[in-house]
Design a protein around this ligand. Structure first.
Ligand code: NAD
Length: 504
């Protein structure tokens, strides 16, 4: 691992990547990528303005005929090479991801980067499996078939929590299906998206197929969503911004894919393996310092196990080691920014009026005081309708509530506006089966919480959005189907012409 990856020099040409080349933005506004573990600015760049978005969309539009006209095998070959290039650059990618996000290298090197390489390899293969209905004679006089076609230029917007993986989830299904794309990463974390796009070029994916505009949400983001030459908006981020994006996208009647916030429940029935549930809740709530849209945030524990569960989680939370993301012994890194840390702290502080903060609830001092760190926080005694139970916190905070009957546990689990992910913990197959049927979420785990797979869809129910990332299901977002119909009769006066010509 080269810890001397020189961010400033590697991105000296600017944080925009358009038509296969890096360049600076032209908005007139500077932005700094800050290492949240130290508070130090590691790279300062000029944000994208409207002109940069226009240039990126023009590049994607110019590349569209060639890329969409390539055979699936040609796209697949280039994408296989893309996954190899990413694998060759795995150490650099993990280092930069940890630097810009503060996530432990253990997470970026062991999860984010291999996940991205695997996702790329999956879509390289899937590019050759775009399916449609069989052709057939659905009327006696015609043959019909379905063409599955790319949508066109896709405009995507991504959040800062898993920048590399979000870039992959947005770019890969889009280009595998023959679209071209302009991706706007979060302004806090553009670096690995830029590396991802450069790797695409190195792999032989033509210039203009993958473009990056690193800009602010209000300026570059809204301009991209409203752009008349963009056929589809794919957005991952908060539900609030997602609603704004939807309003703008509908003005030009764009195809829309929204992956929004989450508030995943974690339901522990009284027959569960308690130790497994406790470990699952700790890992599932603290992954990526809780800045994970599927993180376990609300644990509902059936009364007989409640006290032991709370004690077990408190015990493991107390042993979590906060520290330098590059130290292999670090379990938990900082939050993405001091702003986000203060947001989380404010929600926890407000909860003290109505709930009990069992562990955590504070930032560490000493060596870590300069970073955006916050201790793992366990909260009990909150009412179901309280802010800490209902709102997305996006930090290392787990709230635990008891329940009595199975009916009550499942009802409480479904009782937020969100529906991205959920888990149930039980050894009873009937309880497990009922939970998978009744939990209103795009993913339900049994006796686990967090794992994702390239082959399986990821997406929300309810206010968590609509449409799917990953898996072959994502092609439903990134393709449009066309009905093609042939007359088989060569008859001039078709039977249905009676509606116009009557008996003449
Ligand atoms: P955010 O909504 O603040 O920002 C997301 C992106 O939108 C950023 O690139 C930002 O620059 C851009 N943006 C902001 N305002 C915009 C506007 N007016 N128009 C267009 N773009 C705009 O979210 P965040 O704080 O970066 O990320 C955290 C959120 O993302 C959480 O709510 C989390 O649940 C969600 N998330 C969801 C998933 C999922 O798969 N459902 C995955 C990761 C994160």
């Amino acid at each position: 691992m080269d810890h001397r990856f020189d961010v400033k020099n590697r991105f000296a040409d600017g944080a925009q990547y358009i038509a296969g080349a890096s360049r600076p933005g032209t908005s007139g506004h500077q932005h700094s990528v800050v290492d949240p573990a130290t508070g130090d600015a590691v790279y300062t760049y000029e944000l994208a303005g409207a002109a940069d978005v226009d240039a990126a969309v023009a590049a994607a539009k110019a590349a569209l005929p060639g890329w969409s006209g390539a055979t699936p095998a040609e796209r697949s070959t280039a994408m296989h090479r893309f996954s190899e290039v990413l694998a060759e650059q795995a150490d650099d990618l993990a280092f930069v991801e940890s630097l810009q996000c503060g996530k432990p290298l253990r997470l970026s090197a062991g999860f984010d980067v291999p996940g991205t390489v695997d996702n790329t390899a999956f879509f390289a293969g899937a590019a050759r499996h775009l399916e449609g209905k069989a052709a057939g004679e659905y009327s006696a006089d015609h043959t019909s078939y379905v063409r599955r076609e790319p949508v066109g230029v896709v405009g995507s917007i991504a959040p800062w929590n898993y920048p590399l993986q979000m870039a992959a989830w947005k770019v890969l299904p889009a280009i595998a299906a023959g679209n071209t794309i302009v991706l706007k990463p979060a302004e806090l974390t553009p670096l690995t998206s830029l590396m991802f796009a450069r790797a695409a070029t190195e792999a032989g994916i033509p210039d203009g197929v993958v473009n990056i505009v690193s800009g602010a949400g209000k300026e570059a983001g809204e301009h991209l969503v409203g752009h008349p030459d963009v056929a589809m908006t794919s957005f991952t981020g908060s539900t609030g911004v997602g609603k704004r994006v939807a309003e703008i996208a509908i003005r030009t009647v764009k195809r829309l894919h929204l992956e929004l916030g989450g508030k995943a429940p974690f339901v522990v029935f009284d027959d569960a393996d308690l130790e497994a549930a406790v470990h699952g809740a700790v890992a599932g709530s603290l992954i990526n310092t809780g800045q994970d849209c599927t993180a376990a945030t609300r644990a509902y524990v059936q009364r007989p196990l409640y006290d032991a569960f709370v004690a077990g989680v408190a015990d493991l939370f107390a042993g979590i080691r906060l520290g330098d993301p590059f130290d292999p012994s670090t379990d938990l890194g900082p939050l993405i920014s001091h702003l986000q840390r203060d947001r989380v702290a404010a929600i926890v502080d407000r909860s003290r009026a109505y709930a009990t903060v069992v562990t955590g609830g504070e930032a560490p001092g000493d060596k870590l005081a300069a970073g955006a760190f916050y201790r793992p926080t366990l909260i009990t005694g909150a009412a179901q309708d309280s802010e800490i139970v209902q709102s997305e916190i996006f930090g290392p905070v787990l709230v635990v509530l008891p329940f009595d009957s199975d009916d009550e546990g499942l009802a409480l689990a479904n009782d937020t506006p969100y529906g991205l992910a959920a888990s149930a913990w039980t050894r009873d197959v009937f309880r497990a089966s009922r939970a998978t049927r009744e939990m209103k979420a795009g993913c339900v785990w049994i006796n686990d919480h967090i794992p994702i797979l390239s082959e399986m869809p990821h997406g929300g129910y309810k206010a968590s959005g609509f449409g799917k990332d990953m898996s072959a299901y994502s092609f439903e977002e990134y393709t449009q189907v066309k009905h093609v119909m042939y007359d088989n009769t060569a008859i001039v006066r078709k039977d249905w012409h009676r509606t116009i010509f009557g008996d003449r």
